[in-house]
Design a protein around this ligand. Structure first.
Ligand SMILES: CC(C)(COP(=O)(O)OP(=O)(O)OC[C@H]1O[C@@H](n2cnc3c(N)ncnc32)[C@H](O)[C@@H]1OP(=O)(O)O)[C@@H](O)C(=O)NCCC(=O)NCCS
Length: 213
C-alpha cells in the first residue's frame, strides 16, 4: 500500500509480520521506557526494521534510527522520514533532505470515527466541504484523521512545534484519492495521497524542499 501513496522521491517499506525484538539487531530499543511490554517492543522494532528497509531502497546506509524527546524518529544526517503502525501493519518512508523537506505517513484501521472525534478533528468549513463530496464506500472521516496525523508527523520534525487538528484546512479529492492541507504560514499547502485496502487506510504527505510560500 505504501508504494501507492508516496511520491517518486520517497522510498517506503511495509510489513504485516513483526520481527523478534529479543534479537540484538535493534539497539534503538534502549530508548524505550524500562518494563515496556513485548507487543510494544515488537511494534517499535518492526517500525525500525521497515525504516532500514526503506533506507536501503533509497540507497542510503541502513543504520539505527533513534528516538527524540517527543517520540520523533531520529534519521541519519541528510535523511527525512516517518514511521507508522496499526494492528497488523507497520511501515516507514524516507527521502533525501535535499529533495524533500519532510515526510509523514500514517496507517489506520478502515473504520468510522465516532461523531464526537470527527467533530473534534475538523472545522465547520471542512465538515461542510466533506458533506458535499460524492458518496463513497470509504470512511472519509477516518481518512481525514489519518491524513492529519501524517501532516503532524511531517510538521513536528520540521518545526519542533505542535499543530492542532483545526490549525489546518484539509480538502479531499475522493476520485483521485488525494488531499491538500493548508498549513500555517510560511508553509505552502502540502499534498498527500491515500489508499484503502484490506481493512486499512494508509496516508502520506511529502513537503517539497522548497515548500515555503
Ligand atoms: C504523534 C502522533 C501523530 C502519532 O500517532 P500514533 O497514533 O501513535 O500513530 P502511529 O502508530 O501511526 O505512529 C507512531 C509513530 O509516529 C512517530 N512519531 C511519534 N511522535 C512523533 C513526532 N512528534 N513527530 C514525528 N513523528 C512522531 C514515531 O515513529 C512513532 O512510532 P515509534 O514510537 O514506534 O517510533 C499522535 O500521537 C499525536 O500526537 N497526534 C496529535 C497531533 C496531531 O495529529 N495533530 C494533527 C495536526 S493536523
Amino acid at each position: 500500500m505504501i508504494e501507492h501513496v508516496l511520491p517518486a522521491a520517497v522510498a517506503g517499506a511495509e510489513t504485516t509480520a513483526d520481527v523478534d525484538p529479543s534479537t540484538s539487531d535493534f539497539p534503538e530499543l534502549g530508548a524505550l521506557e524500562p518494563r515496556t511490554r513485548r507487543p510494544r517492543l515488537a511494534e517499535f522494532a518492526t517500525g525500525r526494521s521497515c525504516a532500514r528497509a526503506a533506507l536501503r531502497a533509497l540507497g542510503a546506509p541502513a543504520g539505527p534510527v533513534g528516538r527524540g524527546p517527543h517520540r520523533e524518529p531520529r534519521w541519519p544526517p541528510g535523511i527525512v522520514g516517518s514511521i507508522t503502525h496499526c494492528p497488523g501493519y507497520r511501515a516507514a518512508a524516507v527521502a533525501r533532505a535535499c529533495r524533500v523537506r519532510a515526510v509523514g505517513i500514517d496507517a489506520e484501521p478502515h473504520r468510522p470515527l465516532s461523531p464526537r472525534m470527527f467533530a473534534r478533528i475538523t472545522s465547520a468549513a471542512e465538515r461542510r466541504e466533506l458533506a458535499a463530496l460524492p458518496a463513497t464506500r470509504v470512511h472519509v472521516d477516518r481518512i481525514v484523521f489519518s491524513a492529519k496525523e501524517s501532516v503532524y508527523k511531517a510538521w513536528f520534525p520540521m518545526t519542533g512545534s505542535d499543530l492542532g487538528f483545526t490549525d489546518v484546512h484539509l480538502s479531499l479529492d475522493p476520485i483521485r484519492r488525494r488531499f491538500v492541507v493548508e498549513l500555517p504560514a510560511p508553509f505552502a499547502p502540502v499534498r498527500g495521497r491515500y489508499a484503502v485496502d484490506r481493512g486499512r487506510i494508509v496516508t502520506a504527505v511529502a513537503v517539497p524542499a522548497d515548500g515555503l510560500r
